[in-house]
Every structure is written in C-alpha cells, then in structure tokens.
Ligand binder design. Structure first.
Ligand code: SF4
Length: 286
C-alpha cells in the first residue's frame, strides 16, 4: 500500500481561459481513454478513502473523459472537479447522479451555485482593497455559495504594502465570517481541511496526459517544466515500476523553479493565509 491519499488525473493540458494569475503551462494534449483507465487502476494502491481529482487545464473541455472516469469509479469515491464553470451545464445530469463529486469553481457563477457542496476557489489578487474583497465574498454568499477555498495569487510578486493589505483583507473576512456564523448562516472554509507541501498544488499520485506519474501536480506549472523529472515516479501503464518516492520533494523543486522575489512573496502571502486559518480554527474550537 502506498502512502499517498490523492490520485490526480490530468485529463487535458488545454484551457480556454487565460487567467492573469494562473501559473499553469499549457499544451495541446489530452489523456487517452487507455491512460484514464490505467490511472484509475492505481487507486487501489492508495489507502482506503483516498480522493480522486479530475484536473487540467480545464477538465470540462473533455466531459467525455470526466464521464468515463466517474463511470469507472465506485459510487461514494471522493472526487474533486476543479473548473472555471462554463462546461458545468453540459454535465449537469452526470453530476446529479454522483452527488459525492465536489465541484470547485474559480468564478462565482450563479448556475454553479446551485450544485450541492460546490466550493468557490476565492482568488485574492495583489492590491485589491480589503473592502472590495469583503464585497466579493458577500456577493458570492448572496448567490448561494457556502463553501470557500481562499487563495491569494501565489506565483506573482507582492509588495510589502500589498501583503499588509492582504492581512487586512483576511482580518475583514474573519469578521464577516464570524457575523454569519453568529447569525446561524455559517460558511465552510475548505482551506481548514486541506494541507499540502506547496501552495496551490497537491501531493499525491499525479498522472499526466501522457501517462507519466509524478508526486505532485506542481509539475504542471510552467516554471517547473525544466525540473519536472525530479518529481517523476514512473508510468501509469507500469504500476509495478512506480518509485516509492521521487528524486526531490515538491518544496525543493518549487524553490529551484522560481526567482527569490516570487518565493518570498509566496511565503508572505501563505503566512497571511495561515494566520487567517489558525484564527478561524481557534474560533471554531471555542
Ligand atoms: S486558472 Fe484555471 S481557468 Fe484560468 S487559465 Fe488557469 S487553468 Fe485555465
């Protein structure tokens, strides 16, 4: 039995958006059905209760592969589907049959708000006024979102003043969340239940479109491309040959891939997020 608790399938390296803070590297490459099947065959190697993430690029550019993966997974398997949301109506009936699928949307789309358990990946860019951040949160809540994953833009430079602004924004969000909880309308902060060795990305068994297996989906970041072999474990089609661990850990590869000013910004905004989460965790424990 392996120790990873997450299996990530990179269904496509394509995306039809060009979000300003996205660190991903894109290619015109999709997973074949054979690789989808081989990747899912790795799930029994992981401990019971492990999660599956159907990832991209934008995974709903290949709704057929999403349907194939869900069709092969036993009902009740915890599945995450991050998406920008445009393709969700096309898989509405599929999702209705698989309520255990957790959809993470990067935009507060009104249509997606009605999906059970939907999570809004709430990006906070550098320089946004704290009042504007709180306003966006309130607007998403009004649409019906009740689960949030807060993400400062990680892979860009933040000035010290912008980091201070982020800390102020988090302090404001804590007040808003506390008021909602006191009023009997609590929301879930999903960050409190997710841990990883690098910001934004996940540790696990990560199967790329070509069937290569890595220890983190950090390998999808454009800046990590020259170093990705250091995170390689093997091939999905040869599960017996998968290495127990990669040549380097994701944190070391991250540090080698980005310039110092980005790394120090990353640490600063991650610290601000950690302070926010610790304060929320302490409030919940009271
Ligand atoms: S953030 Fe998501 S939707 Fe935006 S470009 Fe990156 S992969 Fe595409």
């Amino acid at each position: 039995m392996r120790s990873e608790r997450l299996l990530v399938l990179v269904l496509t390296r394509r995306c039809d958006r060009n979000c300003g803070y996205c660190p991903q590297g894109f290619e015109d490459a999709d997973m074949s059905e054979g690789v989808v099947d081989a990747a899912l065959d790795l799930l029994p190697l992981l401990p019971p209760g492990s999660r599956v993430k159907l990832f991209g690029g934008e995974p709903l550019l290949r709704p057929d592969l999403v349907a194939r993966a869900l069709g092969r997974l036993p009902p009740g398997t915890a599945v995450e589907l991050p998406t920008h949301g445009k393709g969700l109506p096309a898989v509405e009936s599929l999702l209705a049959r698989r309520p255990e699928v957790e959809v993470f949307v990067s935009r507060p789309d009104p249509w997606a708000a009605r999906l059970r358990g939907v999570v809004h990946n709430f990006l906070i860019p550098p320089g946004e006024a704290p009042a504007a951040t709180a306003r966006r949160l309130a607007q998403a809540r009004l649409l019906g979102y009740a689960r949030f994953n807060f993400l400062p833009a990680y892979f860009v430079s933040w000035s010290p003043a912008q980091v201070e602004g982020l800390a102020a924004a988090f302090a404001g969000l804590r007040l808003v969340l506390g008021r909602w909880a006191d009023a009997g309308r609590p929301v879930e902060v999903v960050n409190l239940s997710r841990l990883g060795s690098t910001p934004l990305y996940n540790d696990g068994l990560v199967v790329d479109t070509d069937g290569e297996v890595y220890s983190s989906n950090l390998v999808l970041a454009e800046a990590v491309r020259p170093h990705r072999r250091r995170l390689r474990l093997g091939e999905a089609l040869d599960p017996g040959g998968l290495a127990a661990r990669p040549a380097a850990d994701a944190q070391a590869v991250l540090s080698e891939s980005y310039p110092p000013e980005i790394l120090s910004s990353m640490r600063a905004v991650d610290d601000a997020l950690t302070v926010f989460c610790l304060a929320l965790g302490a409030a919940e424990a009271r």
